[in-house]
Design a protein around this ligand. Structure first.
Ligand code: ADP
Ligand code: MG
Length: 244
């Protein structure tokens, strides 16, 4: 098994506050990993360290052989193409229609021609079930539709791994399913995914591994069955007794 991302003794502090205390873990190619755990435990910070939105205080993150702790600006641009990220808030460009939102980065960053970018954008929209929405503006779409556009936009860069930070947390309940379905399809297509989520049913169904984070540590890692049916640490037992 090849590790796509290796995390070694990662620590991250904000001022005096130590948020990530000593995290080591591997993300293997093609795997779907869900990170669960209480609010404030460092899940977002961990995800943001993976694609260097936050700079680790110490430790190492190695992506495809490259040490991300010593990366320069130019390398960082390339890295961001290879790692897609989807946030809780969809962050679409409000002044651009759906297809323009998706086309922008491939044209600007990768130098893809407009025709090619358009063709690819429409294919991606079909994939996320929004082919007929290409000309609409984000404000005319539901939250679930906007989040699916955000996923299509990230995929337009042809990333090797997709990071999701609570992609359904800002959605009305009736829209959660359509976004999870899109993510399930992506997982089925073999994409490597790291997903911070509170959707325990989804995490159980789709993940190859579940990581439980609390108090700045990865307290437990295992198969969905191991974590959900037989958690070992009191911290995980307590958390799961509240959310399941
Ligand atoms: P989670 O995603 O698990 O809810 P976060 O990673 O967002 O947790 O936050 C973990 C802790 O780090 C929280 O106490 C939060 O206030 C703190 N934190 C996160 N980002 C910053 C920041 N940029 N500056 C200061 N503190 C931060
Ligand atoms: Mg968070």
């Amino acid at each position: 098994m090849t590790a796509m991302i290796k995390v070694e003794h990662l620590k991250k502090s904000f001022g005096k506050k130590e948020v990530l205390k000593d995290i080591s873990a591997n993300v293997d190619k093609g795997k779907v990993i869900s990170i669960i755990g209480p609010s404030g435990s460092g899940k977002s910070t961990f995800l943001r360290c993976l694609n260097v939105l936050e700079k680790p205080s110490s430790g190492k993150i190695v992506f495809d052989g490259q040490d991300l702790t010593h990366i320069n600006e130019k390398e960082l641009d390339v890295l961001r193409e290879r790692m897609g990220m989807v946030f809780q808030s969809f962050n679409l460009f409000p002044n651009m229609n759906v297809v323009e939102n998706i086309k922008l980065a491939p044209m600007k960053v990768k130098g893809v021609s407009e025709d090619e970018a358009e063709k690819q954008a429409l294919e991606l929209l079909a994939k996320v079930g929004l082919k007929d929405r290409a000309e609409q503006y984000p404000s005319s779409l539901s939250g679930g539709q906007q989040q699916r556009v955000a996923i299509a936009r990230a995929l337009a860069m042809d990333p090797e791994v997709m990071l999701f930070d609570e992609p359904t947390s800002a959605l009305d309940p009736e829209m959660v399913g359509e976004v999870l379905k899109t993510m399930q399809d992506l997982a089925d297509s073999g994409m490597t995914m790291v997903i911070v989520t509170h959707e325990m049913g989804f995490a159980r169904e789709v993940s190859d591994e579940v990581w439980f984070m609390a108090d700045g540590y990865l307290q437990e890692q295992g198969s969905p069955e191991q974590i959900f049916e037989n958690p070992q640490s009191p911290r995980a037992q307590d958390f799961l007794s509240k959310v399941l």
